[in-house]
Design a protein around this ligand. Structure first.
Ligand code: PLP
Length: 400
């Protein structure tokens, strides 16, 4: 009985952190420079300009040396005051964590959502938001907060529809959106969709390691920040915006991650965002073909909002998804996302983002298929063959 010694590359198929391309790793390995020197200021200006293109905004994008959770907090503390009502929508585990944070900060979140079997299997219901905002005649609700790509379920909500709902109710609430796992893999448009604060992170579609996160902000959000009373210092936008004018930060920024970010932005913009998005859609379609061929259910129940970033695979009744995942990890050196919160033990998540291609995905699906068989999961057919056929028959150019 030989011990298992992994060789070759680990398959990091969780929905973030995503595999980091070698080009980015190399960029990050350069020597750290003086963050107050001229070379750094030039880098700061360059990457802040390119970053706007990825968020599709003309307004400032704030970068924090923090994980996505920090940028969530920054979005709330910069715009709101103690006791403010905020309307949030329960799409899954990450929406629930943001709501918990709002409570801890002394806000009054109201958590809308679908209940029972429908919960966590659909996107944000814009009509429910509109109906609630119409009832709020004296405008007690100060912000609407939603998650764009719910990483715990694999559902990408229609953000433009939520904007239309807020407008239809003629409500002045700020619109705050978490696209931590959506940006640069799923279509996202900060300005066009009238978002006031977009929250994002480095370790998903931007293909970087964890460690930096973002707030893209609107003029309305900047105005709100001038009246907002929640305590803030490190997260406060004003000093950062001021220092960013010359490409600097008011504190020591995460220099080597910024090298990586600059490289990632070059990669995305050289390829073209439309191409990047089509690539993820195509991968997601191939992975769904595999799940269908296995005869298993996808966590997302609404094809309109299937995520291009990840797919949640529901295990049959009586199968512990965590045991299947563990077996796959131990036998095939493949990491899959676990079921989080209410979905714990019921499903696993396959990430299709970061440094991958058709064949790495087919290999990952191979690990899933073999592992499920070993765990005794009854499969209808071969998902690997279905995905391979899909990729072979749908060249990327045709997917655009
Ligand atoms: N929101 C979403 C949608 C996420 O996927 C994550 C992390 O996976 C977070 C928030 C929290 O970000 P972090 O873990 O980087 O703090």
């Amino acid at each position: 009985n030989l011990d298992f010694h992994p060789s070759g590359r680990h398959f990091l198929q969780i929905p973030g952190p995503s595999p980091v391309p070698d080009r980015i790793l190399r960029a990050m390995s350069l020597p750290t420079i003086d963050h107050r020197g001229p070379e750094f200021g030039a880098l700061g200006c360059e990457l802040l300009g390119k970053l706007k293109k990825v968020f599709k905004t003309e307004s400032p994008v704030i970068i924090y040396p923090a994980s996505g959770t920090g940028a969530w907090e920054a979005a709330l503390v910069n715009t709101l005051s103690l006791g403010d009502k905020v309307l949030m929508f329960e799409t899954g585990h990450f929406a629930a964590l943001w709501q918990k944070m709002a409570l801890r900060l002394g806000l009054e979140p109201e958590f809308l959502g679908l209940t029972g079997a429908e919960g966590w299997r659909h996107g944000v219901q814009a009509d429910m938001i509109e109906a609630r905002l119409r009832e709020d005649i004296d405008h007690q609700i100060k912000a609407v907060c939603v998650v764009h790509n719910e990483t715990s379920t694999g559902v990408t909500s229609d953000i433009a529809a939520v904007r239309r709902a807020i407008d239809a109710a003629a409500h002045p609430a700020l619109f705050l959106v978490d696209t931590i796992s959506g940006l640069a893999s799923a279509d996202y448009r900060h300005d066009e969709w009238g978002v006031d604060v977009t929250v994002s992170g480095s370790q998903k579609g931007l293909m970087l390691p964890p460690g930096i996160s973002f707030n893209a902000i609107s003029d309305k959000a900047i105005v709100a920040s001038q009246d907002s009373k929640l305590p803030k210092s490190f997260w406060a936008w004003d000093e950062i915006i001021e220092a960013n004018r010359n490409g600097y930060w008011p504190y020591t920024p995460n220099t080597n991650l910024l090298y990586g970010l600059n490289e990632a932005l070059d990669m995305l913009l050289e390829e073209g965002l439309d191409h990047v998005l089509a690539r993820h859609q195509r991968w997601a379609a191939g992975v769904r073909k595999a799940v269908e061929a296995w005869g298993l259910e996808i966590q997302c129940q609404d094809p309109e909002v299937y995520s291009p970033v990840l797919t949640g695979v529901v295990m049959p009744e009586g199968v512990d998804a965590d045991e299947v995942r563990q077996l796959i990890y131990e036998r095939f050196d493949l990491s899959l996302g676990m079921g989080l919160g209410k979905a714990k033990g019921k499903m696993f998540r396959i990430g299709h983002l970061g440094d991958c291609n058709d064949l790495t995905l087919v290999a990952a699906l191979g690990g899933c298929e073999a592992g499920m068989k070993l765990a005794g999961v009854v499969l209808k057919g071969s998902g690997v063959t279905a995905a391979l056929d899909h990729f072979a028959n749908h060249p990327l150019e045709a997917a655009k």
